[in-house]
Each structure stands twice: as structure tokens, then as C-alpha cells.
Design a protein around this ligand. Sequence first.
Ligand code: GLN
Length: 494
Amino acid sequence: MTDLTDLGVAAIRAGVANGDFSATEVAGAFNTAVADAQPALNAFITLTPDKALEAAAAVDADRAAGKALGKMAGVPIGMKDLFATTGTKTTAASQILGNFVPPYESTVSQKLWDAGAGMLGKLNLDQFAMGSSNETSAFGNVISPWRREGDTAQLAPGGSSGGSSAAVSARIAPAATGTDTGGSIRQPAAFTGISGIKPTYGRCSRWGIVAFASSLDQAGPMARDVRDCAIMLEAMAGFDPKDSTSLDLPVPEWEANLNADLRGKKVGIPREYRMDGMDADVARAWDEGIAWLKDAGAEIVDINLAHTKYALPAYYIIAPAEASSNLARYDGVRYGLRDLPQGAGLQDMYAATRAAGFGAEVKRRILMGTYVLSAGFYDAYYTQAQKVRTLISRDFMDAFQTVDVILAPTAPTAAFGLGEMVSDPLAMYLNDVFAVPASLAGLPAMSVPAGLDRQGLPLGLQLIGRPFDEQGVLDAGLAIEARAGFTARPAKWW
Ligand code: GLN
């Protein structure tokens, strides 16, 4: 029999439905693979093998009873540890939530369980999803399964959804959830040779997801290919009255409508993304992507996104500002860590709890956010950044008058080594340069694997679409996937 862990979402769902294997066998195979890889990769914070088996048994029983099976029936997945899961620890990779066991389930995870998925465990991430390498986790960083050719140096799996990207690329989970505030689905997908889509802001409910920057946070799937992403996104998306920014729109049939024929479509290539001193391999991958989309029938059009260079500074004002407000709730009073020094008063307890519970990067964001929102600086920073955000959205809307989808690199480089960037926060923030404009504009954006660089590491290409046009993004992604022929996978060294 084929190794079940070689299968993705569509193949598992089909195999379970046809009776080629049981959901219980699939869950067992992935549980074993997870346990086997955990000491080396540290992709999970909490393992939940029983949850995976329980969900699988329910699917097998439904099938035996002739009941209709859900979109994700029999597929065990990894859940980023930012989604609240009833009765299972939800830490956001922070000590401040180190022992937090939510009494409620996030909307997105509930939808996935309702669709027949099971949970292998809670995936590691950057603390509160702040970071690009997983090095800000309070539970040790994730190690990428990838290595440079002829080198055993440990590499970053990207961030913040680095547990998700490592698990899917190491084939210890067929798919995983991610969240993307400023690139956290797309950059880790690019670093590990997998696919991931951030849908239009509002498609997936934020209810029960630990908040980072509420006007930017979006959940999305990370999986081995475009079809698997389409299937899983259908299961995750949908209107939720519990999230006031949720889109009240029906969920399209993205999977059934997948179409890699791009005749009649126009693809925009933003001039401003071709930066001086751009990595030669990234530039080459981008050129190849342009050729592939042309081959798929698309017309290529150069476009301007004039305010691109202001996107990163605006993001690093808006996201910390919102974070400083969202994270004010971690005060040691209602839940999470409480540090109460002897004889201390309320203020001391707040201070001690927050000093002990938050990591250095989270503290940096809270400080920056508090500063840009303070009375004397609000207009100079926060109001300005909001204006820039509007200009960036307008650039995209102007471009989408002419083009249907935009093609750009996902990240400026392939994966870097652990420890190479932690001491330089600005260099780390630069990782997000191609990802944050689409986040600020709330647009659907996806990363698909394009090939390997000269060190043998994966590179990703990014597709950015009109609001609500996940289909256009997925279709262009599929056209690239069909031509890139990306079959590389990390050697199993763990
Ligand atoms: N790397 C970015 C940051 O640190 C994006 C994080 C994210 O999308 N959650 O803010």
C-alpha cells in the first residue's frame, strides 16, 4: 500500500470515501509520523493523537452507516496554536497563555471539525504570531525540515506559521491552518515549498483566534498544492455573526471551479517590486513565473503600485498599534499567567505578570504600538500610516481596473539560517516587504512553489487578487503549479 503520509487532502478524502483505507488508518499513520519528527523539528506545542483518532472513528462510522461525508472527511490536520480549541491548551506560543485551556472553540476550527477533519496537535508559531522565523516562540523554535545542499545548518521554516509550514513540508500533516497578518501564511509557505492562501479580509471568521492586529488578521489553509488549499478554504470560510468584520457572502465552490486556462486574463507585474540588489534567484523565479502565466494564455502587463515603499513602515505602525491594544487584556486578572509578588498591589501584579509572560519581540511591539498611539505622536504616526494604507489600497484598485491578478515574489530571499537575523529586528521585518501591501489592502493572496534556488532551497511566487476573487488567485496559482513541476521535498533526516 502507498505510504498514507504521502497523500494530501484530496487524495485522503477520496481514498477514505472509496474505502481504499480507513480514516483511522490515516490518523494512525500521521500520529506516528508526528511523534517521530517532534524531537527534531519541534513543529508542535501540544500533540493530540487521541483527537485525530476520535474524529477518524466518527468518519469511519458515518461511512459505514452510509452517511454523507464532509469536505475534509478523514483528513487529520495541524492546528496553529493561535486558534482556541475547547479543552486543549491554546498558548499563542507565549508564557502568558502557557497554561490556558479555552472553554470554547474558534469558529474556523469548529468548521473544520464539522467538515470531518481531525486534529493531530497544536502547531508552534512565533509568539502571538509576531515574527518571520519562529524564533520568538516561548516553546523553542521550529526547525525547518529543509537544509541547504551539503550543509546541516538549521534553517528557519518562516513565520509566524512556521510549525504549519514545517509539518506540511515534512509530510507529518497533510495540511494545516495558518494565520496571516502581514505574510505569516505566505512567507512560511514559500520557505518550505508548499502552498498557502490568505483569503480576502473577512472571509474566515476571526472569532476564537488570538488577536494580533484585528484589521489585518486572516486565517487560511497551508497545504501541499493549490487544490488542497481550495478544499480546505471552503471548509474554513463563511459568514459568522460573532465576528463583526465577517463577510456576509456565500462561500464559492473554489475547488469545483478551478481552471488553469488563463486565456483572456491579464496579469500585472508591479515595477516597484523589482528592487535594486534583488536576489538573483528570486528575480529568475519571478521571470519564469511570468513565462508560465503567458504560456497559460494570460497577457502580461506592467503596472505601478506607487506607494509600495511605504507599505512596510505603515504596517510596522498599524500592526503594533493594534497589538498594543489587543494585548492589554493579558493582565493576570481573568485568565493566563498571574505573577503576584508578595505584598504587591494591583499595578505591581500587572507589571510583574506582563514582564514575566511576554517575550522580547512582543514587548517591542507593545512599546512601539503604545508610542505611536500616544497623544503627542498619534497624528504623526498612526494617522499618517492610516492615510498611507488608503493610498496603497487605491494603487491596487487602480491596477485592478486593468489587470485580473498580480504576480510577484513572496519573499525577498529563500529560507535563512536560525540565528542569522534575530539580532537585527529591521532585517527581520524586511522579510515582509512583498507580503504586507496585500495585507494592508485586505486582498486575497497566495504563495505557490516556483522552484529551488542555487542552494537547493524552495522559492515561492505570490499571486494577489481583487477583493473576493480567491478563484482568480487559485486559478493563476494552479497555472504556475502545473508548469513549475515542483516535486522537491526535504530529505528525511530526523
Ligand atoms: N512577520 C510579520 C510580523 O512579524 C507578519 C506576521 C504575521 O503575519 N502574523 O508582523
